[in-house]
Design a protein around this ligand. Sequence first.
Ligand SMILES: [Zn+2]
Length: 91
Amino acid sequence: MSARRFKIQANNQVTHCPKCSNNTVFTAFSDQVAEDGCEVWVACKCSYDPTLSNTLHRYESVMGGVDDDNVHMALSCWNDAIADEVSQCQN
Ligand SMILES: [Zn+2]
């Protein structure tokens, strides 16, 4: 498994962490889950990971890795995963 800590500029695109309100400092992870497939996801600096219980929200990549393109996709998945968590709480 590879991991990379990164910081992005202040923005309105990335959903704020429900635990600590951070939306700029994350750690990206890439893990091989099949012979020809990897999952890429991000966790907050406080270690909150909305995909932990719902790995469907992890970005599937053949090559995996935590390069900028994959990190960008993983942040999009982060948004979706938190949106899902919020709607589950309301149900
Ligand atoms: Zn957090």
